[in-house]
Design a protein around this ligand. Structure first.
Ligand code: PGA
Length: 255
């Protein structure tokens, strides 16, 4: 079911083993909505435990190093994520671009490393408030996509189901300020054009997710917007109660 909406929770630096109970509850909710693909990206420390605790959802990392192994204190490689039970990784999140100085070139290298290790990739892009206010949102995001997309060869031939882009306006992340649906449609169209320019026809089929203050109240409208293939959810993915409502907004309960 390649066109299933993809609802992904990003737990960021939140969660100890006690929170695996939330993951189990989210897993049960995901099982009732088979028309929705659901993923959770906990901190590294919970990946293995979560992967062993769930069945219906994919487990992912929030970052990976470009190298497979080596003298990189504190880093984790894509192969290690895979070994721990992850099937995808988020790269280029704005909190890493801003807080760790990650450039488009580094994000591209991480995406390629992850694909080579057999993981799927969610690659994040998004403009700041100043860039949007200055009328530069489309140009900035277009440039980010161009410069951070992995080479198609890194996915062993086929990118289908292996790469998703998350459009996350920086000013909407964790702020409660969600983007207007009209703007989301325009930005997703911009991303789609860049995917087509980079990959040709296969670029038409890659999912583009929206992220930034998605919650149970706004999910239905955002997910119904043209070109929106799912959501990347931070705060509202931390409890089963709030994340379940977003999963339910993406597809019917068939439980
Ligand atoms: P938020 O975070 O839903 O808390 O705004 C989204 C994200 O950073 O992926």
């Amino acid at each position: 079911m390649p066109n299933r909406p993809f609802i992904v929770g990003n737990w960021k630096m939140n969660g100890t083993r006690a929170m695996l109970a939330e993951a189990r509850a989210i897993d049960r909710a995901a099982a009732r909505h088979p028309s929705v693909a659901v993923g959770l990206a906990p901190p590294f420390t919970l990946i293995n435990g979560m992967a062993e605790a769930v069945q219906a959802i994919a487990v992912g990392g929030q970052d990976c190093h470009v190298a497979a192994s080596g003298a990189f204190t504190g880093d984790v490689s894509a192969a290690m994520l895979d070994d721990a039970g992850a099937s995808f990784v988020i790269v280029g999140h704005s909190e890493r671009r801003a807080g760790h100085g990650e450039t488009d070139a580094l994000v591209k290298a991480k995406a390629e490393a992850a694909l080579k290790a057999g993981l799927s990739v969610i690659l994040c892009v998004g403009e700041t408030a100043d860039e949007r206010d200055g009328g530069k949102a489309e140009a900035v995001v277009g440039r980010q996509v161009d410069a951070s997309l992995p080479a198609a060869e890194a996915a062993n031939g086929s990118l289908a189901g292996k790469l998703a882009i998350a459009y996350e306006p920086v000013w909407a992340i964790g702020t409660g300020r969600v983007a207007q649906v009209d703007d989301v449609v325009i930005m997703h169209r911009t991303v789609r054009e860049r995917l087509f320019a980079a990959y040709g026809e296969p670029g038409e089929r890659l999912r583009i997710l929206y992220g930034g203050s998605v919650n149970a109240g706004n999910a239905i409208d955002l997910l119904a917007a043209e070109g929106v293939g799912g959501a990347l959810v931070g705060g509202a993915s931390l409890t089963a109660e709030s994340f379940r409502a977003i999963i339910a907004a993406a597809g019917p309960d068939e439980g």
